[in-house]
Design a protein around this ligand. Structure first.
Ligand SMILES: *[C@@H]1O[C@H](CO)[C@@H](O)[C@H](O)[C@H]1NC(C)=O
Ligand SMILES: *[C@@H]1O[C@H](CO)[C@@H](O)[C@H](O)[C@H]1NC(C)=O
Ligand SMILES: *[C@@H]1O[C@H](CO)[C@@H](O)[C@H](O)[C@H]1NC(C)=O
Ligand SMILES: *[C@@H]1O[C@H](CO)[C@@H](O)[C@H](O)[C@H]1NC(C)=O
Length: 475
C-alpha cells in the first residue's frame, strides 16, 4: 500500500474528508466562486460534472467547491457552516483570489439548509437547485435563484409555482426582480439532472424520468446559473445574462399560467367558477328548456360552509330557475412546507341542488341524464388536460397513468359529509378518486332536494397530469 492510498483509507475510515475543489482551467480577472452543498445521500463527487458544466458556461474564471463529509452523507444545519468555511478555505489554499465573488448553492435539502447561512457567510448571492426558500422571496437579503425542472418529481413545479407567484407579485414594484430573484423551471429537467451516477432511493422513487439527456440538461442549468451570477455581481456580460433570465421568466410564466388559471377557477375571492360549472353540469338541463342562472358564493372554509344552504327560485312560464349555491376549497395540510406530496388544493366542497329537485319544481323542463359527483370529477380531469401546456398534455397522453373513478360514497348526514374528505389514493398504477356525497330526495324532511359533493379540484388534476401521474413511467 502506498502512502497516498493509506491516507485515503484513513480519510475514509475517520471521515476526515476535506472538500472537492475544481479550479478554473485558465485564471483571469473578475474571478467567481460557487460552493455547492449536496442533496440527501447524493455523494459530493456526483456534482463534479455539474461543476464542470458551470465552468464551461462561464466566461469569467469560475472556482467550484463542493462541500464534503456530512454525517451519513446528509446535509444538516449543525455541520453546514463549518463545511462551507472548510470549502472556502480549501479554495483559497488552492489559489482562489481574495476578490472572488462568492456564491453559495445547494441542491434539494442542501438548499433548504444553506439558505440560512447567508448572513454569517458573506456571499453575493444564493442559488437553489431543485429547492426553495422557506421564507418570503422579497425579504431574502441577497439575490437568489430558484432553478428546477418541469419533471422534478421531488421539488414539484406546483411548489415552485408558489415562489414564482411571489416573484410575479413583486415585479411591478421591482422590475428587476425577474433577474435578481429569478425563478426558472426548465422544460424536461428533473431532480436528478443536477448530478450524475446512482440515484439515492428517495430520488429513484420520487423523481420523473426525462427524455432529456443529462449533459444537455446540465448545460441548460449551468447557463441559467451563470447568467444569474453575472447579473448578481454586475459582471461584464450582465446585459446578455439578463436577457437569458428574462426569457426563462417568460417561459416559466407560460408553463405555470394554466395552473394559476385553474386555481382562480376554483376560488376567485368570494365566488367559484368551478362550483358554478359543477351545479350547471349536475342539473344537465336539456337544450334551453329552462333559463338557468347560477350564483356562487365561495366561503373560506368547511366550518363556514356547514352553515350555508343553497336556494332556488323558479318561474313556470317561461321556465326559469335561479340557483344560489355555496362552496369552499380545502388546502393541503402541510406545516413543514414539504414538496414531496401534492401541494395543490385537496378538494372543493360544493352544496348544490339536485336535478331531481329542479325537475319537481319545473314539471315542463327537460333534462339530460342524471349526473353524479364522479361525472364532475371526470370533467375536472378533462378541463385540466385541456388547459395543460402542450408539452405537459402530450407527455401525459403518451406515458401518464390513468385516473380511476370510484362510485360516489354516500353519507347520511351533513356533519358527516363535512367531516369526510375526498378520497385520493395514489397507487403505483393510477390515482383512485372517490367523492363523498350527500343526496336528499325532494320530499325529504331536512334540506330536501340537495346534492352535496366533495370534488376533485382542477388544479389537483393538473398536478397529477404534470407530476404524480408520470411517476414510475418510462420517458
Ligand atoms: C414572452 O414570450 C412570448 C411568446 O414567445 C412573446 O410574444 C412575448 O413577447 C414574451 N414576453 C417577454 C416579456 O419577453
Ligand atoms: C329566492 O327568493 C328568496 C325570497 O325572495 C330570496 O331570499 C333568495 O335570495 C332567492 N334566491 C335566489 C337564488 O334567487
Ligand atoms: C335520477 O336519480 C333519481 C334518484 O337518485 C331518480 O329518482 C330519477 O328517476 C333519476 N332520473 C333519471 C332521468 O334517471
Ligand atoms: C388504495 O388502492 C390500493 C390498490 O387498489 C388498495 O389496495 C388500497 O386499499 C387503497 N387504499 C385506500 C385507503 O383505499
Amino acid at each position: 500500500m502506498t502512502m497516498m492510498t493509506s491516507i485515503a483509507l484513513l480519510v475514509t475510515l475517520f471521515g476526515v474528508s476535506t472538500a472537492i475543489v475544481i479550479p478554473p482551467e485558465t485564471p483571469g480577472d473578475d474571478p467567481v466562486a460557487i460552493v455547492i452543498v449536496q442533496g440527501a445521500y447524493v455523494y459530493p463527487e456526483q456534482y463534479r460534472e455539474f461543476g464542470l458544466a458551470l465552468q464551461r458556461a462561464s466566461d469569467a474564471p469560475l472556482w467550484v467547491g463542493i462541500a464534503e463529509g456530512f454525517l451519513d452523507n446528509f446535509p444538516n444545519p449543525l455541520q453546514i457552516n463549518a463545511k462551507i468555511n472548510k470549502v472556502l478555505g480549501e479554495m483559497s489554499d488552492a489559489g482562489m483570489p481574495e476578490d472572488a465573488a462568492i456564491f453559495l448553492s445547494g441542491h434539494s435539502v442542501g438548499g433548504v439548509f444553506i439558505q440560512s447561512e447567508i448572513p454569517t457567510i458573506p456571499a453575493v448571492g444564493l442559488l437553489l437547485f431543485g429547492s426553495y426558500l422557506t421564507t418570503p422571496l422579497a425579504e431574502y437579503p441577497v439575490p437568489v435563484l430558484h432553478l428546477s425542472g418541469t419533471l422534478d418529481g421531488q421539488t414539484r413545479p406546483t411548489r415552485i409555482a408558489e415562489t414564482f407567484a411571489e416573484l410575479q407579485a413583486m415585479t411591478e414594484a421591482e422590475p428587476d426582480a425577474p433577474i435578481r430573484r429569478p425563478v426558472a423551471i426548465l422544460e424536461a429537467v428533473d431532480h436528478a439532472h443536477f448530478f450524475t451516477g446512482e440515484l439515492p432511493d428517495a430520488v429513484a422513487e420520487g423523481d420523473i424520468l426525462s427524455e432529456l439527456d443529462g449533459d444537455e440538461a446540465r448545460r441548460q442549468l449551468a447557463e441559467q446559473s451563470v447568467a444569474f451570477m453575472e447579473v448578481a455581481r454586475t459582471g461584464p456580460a450582465a446585459d446578455q445574462a439578463a436577457d437569458i433570465l428574462r426569457e426563462s421568466f417568460n417561459s416559466t410564466g407560460q408553463f405555470l399560467a394554466p395552473l394559476f388559471d385553474l386555481q382562480q377557477l376554483e376560488a376567485d375571492g368570494d365566488s367559484s367558477e368551478w362550483a358554478r360549472f359543477a351545479q350547471t353540469f349536475l342539473l344537465n338541463i336539456a337544450g334551453d328548456s329552462v333559463a338557468l342562472e347560477v350564483e356562487s358564493t365561495h366561503v373560506p372554509d368547511l366550518t363556514t360552509l356547514e352553515s350555508r344552504h343553497w336556494s332556488v327560485n323558479v318561474t313556470q312560464d317561461p321556465p326559469q330557475a335561479s340557483v344560489h349555491m355555496y362552496s369552499s376549497v380545502e388546502s393541503t395540510f402541510n406545516p413543514l412546507d414539504s414538496s414531496a406530496n401534492p401541494v395543490t388544493s385537496s378538494e372543493i366542497a360544493v352544496k348544490m341542488t339536485s336535478q331531481e329537485n329542479l325537475a319537481s319544481l319545473l314539471p315542463s323542463a327537460q333534462f339530460g341524464e342524471n349526473r353524479s359527483c364522479l361525472d364532475i370529477n371526470q370533467a375536472a380531469m378533462s378541463s385540466a388536460l385541456a388547459a395543460a401546456p402542450d408539452t405537459v398534455r402530450e407527455r401525459y397522453n403518451r406515458r401518464g397513468k390513468p385516473v380511476t373513478y370510484l362510485a360516489d360514497h354516500s353519507v347520511g348526514a351533513g356533519p358527516l359529509w363535512v367531516q369526510e374528505r375526498l378520497r385520493l389514493n395514489y397507487t403505483t398504477d393510477s390515482l383512485q378518486v372517490q367523492s363523498i356525497t350527500l343526496k336528499t330526495a325532494p320530499g325529504s324532511f331536512i334540506y330536501p332536494g340537495s346534492q352535496y359533493c366533495k370534488l376533485l379540484t382542477p388544479s389537483r388534476a393538473l398536478e397529477y397530469i404534470m407530476t404524480d401521474g408520470l411517476r414510475g413511467t418510462q420517458p
